[in-house]
Design a protein around this ligand. Structure first.
Ligand SMILES: [Zn+2]
Length: 444
């Protein structure tokens, strides 16, 4: 059914008939339950097509038909939709009358990125339709700085394009005093749950968070918030941590994507190169510039395909937190892991996933069994390694080792450390002055 073009008399009759069937469905969705739409259904002659275009931003004028007025030029229609809790893409597409085959072609275009898997309540989608009512473009606003556009090509497939605005990191210092657990004190000071857990992970080899901390110990964290222009993107990173326990201080500093102590010694484990205990034949190499064999268009292979037998143990290549577990028609069952610093890994076509979202995993831990799910030509493991959100060749990239900051970068590292320590000290001083002013005593 095509609702989105101009309406001839014949179309109107057909639409009236089809409306009987679909009205109930429209009223059951939030965007169609707005009072303003209801009179149009009561008086179909006053432009009954409007409920069908829903929350479109630009739409052809649908005034009451007046034969003496020439038809307004018909524009392609744009419709914005904000993801609601409980929404699924297939349900949204069904409600909009877009065929399931179109959604499948979008998912196919997204297989090397899995961007559509990130939609969550509040995410904005923009649908652009042709005059014939066919979906031409789908734009996904990942965050205020990043938009993914899927554009329909001549062969009805979709082309994935990412646009990114300039971003920068804006640091803030968050300080607090331990009262009870570090977890509770961190949340109280304004850190997120994820940040508190990450700090615990960063300092876990230096200090026992459960046993060694005492009431009155203090901490400072430089949290960088990613911005584009004046807007927050929602991405944050921990730039540095200082934990004071009695006279001792435990530090972690982010430098070049990895964390080090104040002397420049690595505090995070090196990554494994392979996500399996043995090495296997590479059945398809990483290729960021691959061209599609048929269409000749850019179709990168953002990971490496390893010819592992079905059911092989898949290992996390580093310590981290499971950020996503999903099942995709083309990528199959998959797992995404967030590691400390700027690193993420991804594992596709799994037969069985052994971890849950939010779970902390260790380097070398079995997270899944390999398989043949999604669109494959046989059992294999597709493995990706991303640095700051960009896929790199996992077998050759300069992956983090547990070595110290290299000699030639030590000076720049130390400069950064002094700046961050100074930022944290300023904040700690003003916080303790507040505390003294408030209680009239010096903390001891
Ligand atoms: Zn692959």
């Amino acid at each position: 059914m095509q609702f989105r073009d101009g309406f001839s008399a014949t179309h109107k009759v057909l639409l009236l008939l089809s409306m009987v069937v679909i009205t109930a469905a429209f009223f059951s969705t939030p965007e169609f339950s707005q009072a303003v739409l209801i009179p149009d259904l009561v008086q179909p002659e006053s432009g009954f097509a409007i409920p069908m275009v829903g929350d479109m931003v630009t739409e052809p004028e649908q005034e009451a038909p007046q034969s003496q007025v020439p038809a307004a030029p018909i524009q392609p229609l744009t419709e914005r939709y904000e993801i609601q809790p409980g929404d699924t893409l297939s349900q949204i597409f069904e409600e909009k009358g877009i065929p399931a085959t179109v959604l499948h072609r979008l998912l196919e275009a997204d297989v090397e990125y899995l961007s559509l898997e990130t939609i969550r309540p509040g995410t904005m989608l923009t649908f652009v339709y042709s005059l014939q009512g066919t979906l031409e473009d789908l734009a996904l606003e990942v965050d205020p700085a990043r938009t993914i556009t899927f554009s329909r090509q001549g062969d009805d497939s979709f082309l994935y394009q990412k646009t990114e605005a300039d971003t920068y990191w804006s640091p803030v210092v968050i300080s607090g005093v331990i009262q009870g657990s570090f977890y509770a004190s961190g949340i109280e000071a304004g850190l997120t749950e994820g940040q508190v857990v990450e700090i615990g992970h960063l300092l876990k080899n230096q200090i026992d968070f459960r046993r060694s901390l005492r009431a009155g110990d203090t901490f400072s964290v430089v949290v960088a918030k990613e911005m584009t222009g004046e807007k927050l993107t929602g991405n944050t990173q921990i730039d540095s941590v200082s934990l004071h326990r009695g006279k001792r201080t435990y530090n972690a500093f982010l430098y070049d994507g990895s964390y080090y102590d104040e002397t420049g010694e690595s505090i995070t484990l090196a990554f494994r190169r392979w996500p399996t205990s043995k090495h296997y034949r590479v059945s398809s190499p990483f290729n960021g510039h691959r061209l599609h064999p048929v269409t000749g268009r850019k179709a990168p292979h953002n990971g490496v395909d390893l010819a592992v037998p079905y059911g092989t143990k898949v290992l996390s290549t580093g310590d981290g937190v499971i950020s996503r577990v999903g099942n995709h028609p083309y990528a199959g069952r998959y797992v995404d892991i967030n590691h400390s610093g700027s690193y993420t890994t991804r594992y596709l076509h799994l037969s069985k996933v052994l971890v849950k979202r939010g779970e902390r995993v260790k380097r070398g831990q079995t997270i899944a069994l390999s398989g043949n799910t999604g669109r494959t030509t046989g059992p294999h493991l597709h493995f990706e390694f991303h640095i700051s959100g960009r896929p790199v060749n996992p077998l050759t990239a300069n992956i983090p080792t547990s070595a110290n900051v290299p000699e030639n970068k030590l000076a720049s590292f130390k400069t950064q450390v002094s700046k961050q320590l100074a930022m944290m000290r300023v904040q700690e001083k003003s916080a303790s002055m507040y505390a003294e002013a408030a209680t009239g005593t010096t903390a001891h």
